[in-house]
Write a protein that binds this ligand. Sequence first.
Ligand code: GDP
Length: 331
Amino acid sequence: NDPFSTEVKPRILLMGLRRSGKSSIQKVVFHKMSPNETLFLESTNKICREEVSNSSFVNFQIWDFPGQIDFFDPTFDYEMIFRGTGALIFVIDSQDDYMEALARLHLTVTRAYKVNPDINFEIFIHKVDGLSDDHKIETQRDIHQRTNDDLADAGLEKIHLSFYLTSIYDHSIFEAFSKVVQKLIPQLPTLENLLNIFISNSGIEKAFLFDVVSKIYIATDSTPVDMQTYELCCDMIDVVIDISCIYGLKDDGAGTPYDKESTAIIKLNNTTVLYLKEVTKFLALVCFVREESFERKGLIDYNFHCFRKAIHEVFEVRMKVVKSRKHQNHM
Ligand code: GDP
């Protein structure tokens, strides 16, 4: 009885011209591939429906399209695809001439909007590792302006596009994916509230609720996110899961590297402590705690216990709602 079965998980579509970086993004975020290895990825030539592993909370599907999506091909049922999509990520290669990409983007967005006006349009201005800071801002401004002008010319200024500067060579791709996924989680305000209550009662500086497999954070408290803190938390998950995978499994390979008992403490040299604890099968809480607050670990653990219980209830209630809705539909 999995409270996170596919029906409650949002579906995300990844689109963009050939070689824009779609497969690399997918491999780096969901399959822990190192960015350098993506140099040897083969180009995608078919529409492939990728089911991201069952071990992730964000078990959405990625549809990796070839460079040229043919809306005029009658065998290509884009309407069905768009109808079931929560977010459409369009990847633009910022290191290349992007005029063709912008034309495709416009066509895709207008088609998708007609079928499903509720889709979130998320534009990844990608491979920005090759651009200077000034160039990044200029590129984003230019792309923003051109896409919105195109929409206005078509009388579709009500379509909202969100822009992100991304690269697989740093954490920006995880950060962007986190924001995209968060918009699709209806329980987000509740999760944020629970995190706020938890940290203020426990003397914690910052807390993230992470999808362990992808290192996407699905919620955080309302204090501002500092990239360095986020990166440290990502690194901690990598260390914990890697060590558990290598040394935690039994000789016959049985057991899981991440379970109810999973917990880790790392003391940093600047009097802060990183504290990781299992919340659900897919989710972990990673907190930033000052050393003096960590002395009251008993309090933190007690509050965590209550927090964990609340998170389980949030998702169980949600699951029941989905189930009863399905039940009604069948009657
Ligand atoms: P796809 O055809 O859209 O799936 O594109 P690929 O994932 O095959 O990527 C095409 C090329 O772009 C590969 O050589 C990747 O190594 C490279 N690439 C992908 N993401 C980035 C990035 O963030 N920065 C840089 N510099 N190169 C990238």
